[in-house]
Write a protein of this length. Sequence first.
Length: 139
Amino acid sequence: MMKILDNRLFNAIEEEAKASSRRRMSHDLRTQAMDEEPDWRDSSQRMLNVMMTDTVIPIHRHTASSETLIVLRGSGDEVTYDETGKETTRVTLRAGSDCMAVQVPRNVYHTFIPHEDGTTIFEAKDRAYDPESTISLCK
């Protein structure tokens, strides 16, 4: 069955984000999350992430995958950093604008800073989340 990614879904996830101590909530879009076949393995990462303005995403990098980020609702800044924690790039992304998506290369430290409550992003990586290949930058 097709999964509809609409404001009704975004609003439901936003309610969960409001109640979360992290002030964000992710929603898994991988095939195995919907598939009833236990042998099927979707090795990608595809998810929605709904955030409030006080969400803090630690500066981190992915050593095993690049990351595609598309703002579907709201706006925010995608910020990259060098190895010392110095900001190198800041791009404002807004749903429906000329600039609503970025591709962050593998091994680049980055974070996303939402500007509006309920900012909803789609994230995709080559591989499922692996804490061993996601490294935080301690500033």
